[in-house]
Design a protein around this ligand. Structure first.
Ligand SMILES: [Zn+2]
Ligand SMILES: [Zn+2]
Length: 162
């Protein structure tokens, strides 16, 4: 430095012997914080003691870091669960919509046909037009038949229960 007033000394004990003076990084470089570059001058003896304290201190910080990781993991799981239940609700709503659509189709066909039984095939066709595949319509139809608002006078036709 060339500054005669600047004397390096140990931050803790005041030791000035250059042979034993070292620089200690206040924030350990192992933490990888690029702007935390500040150092203090310490003698080798105090440096050793300081690192003993740091080991305890930073194991505590590491522990907190691990807890944070664990908490993030848990939050992740919670979010996954939340998403899953939203998907379940979504598919439930979609299923309900399909049931309502098929029920509406049946009602309309029954009304149109008057006293004549409605061919099941017509229900399938109309449902297909609305994007509901045959096997889904079949299941919904069976469900509606069980609820007794409609019945099958013959295997391939349906009628309303009065
Ligand atoms: Zn150090
Ligand atoms: Zn010292």
């Amino acid at each position: 430095m060339g500054n005669e007033f600047h004397i390096r000394r140990c931050y803790f004990c005041g030791e000035t012997c250059e042979d034993v003076l070292e620089e200690h990084h206040i924030v350990p470089r192992s933490l990888g914080i690029p702007y935390a570059t500040e150092t203090i001058t310490v003698c080798a003896n105090c440096h050793k003691k300081l690192h003993k304290i740091y080991r305890v201190l930073f194991s505590y910080i590491e522990d907190k870091y691990n807890i944070k990781l664990r908490m993030n993991k848990e939050r992740e799981l919670e979010e996954q669960y939340e998403l899953q239940s939203q998907l379940q609700i979504h598919s439930f709503v979609e299923a309900r919509k399909r049931i309502e659509t098929v029920a509406k189709i049946i009602n309309e066909l029954i009304e149109k046909n008057g006293d004549r039984p409605v061919p099941v095939e017509m229900v399938f066709k109309e449902a297909e037009k609305k994007g509901i595949p045959r096997e889904r319509t079949e299941k919904i139809l069976n469900m509606l038949l069980e609820k007794a608002s409609i019945y099958q006078p013959s295997p391939n036709t349906i009628m309303k229960v009065y």
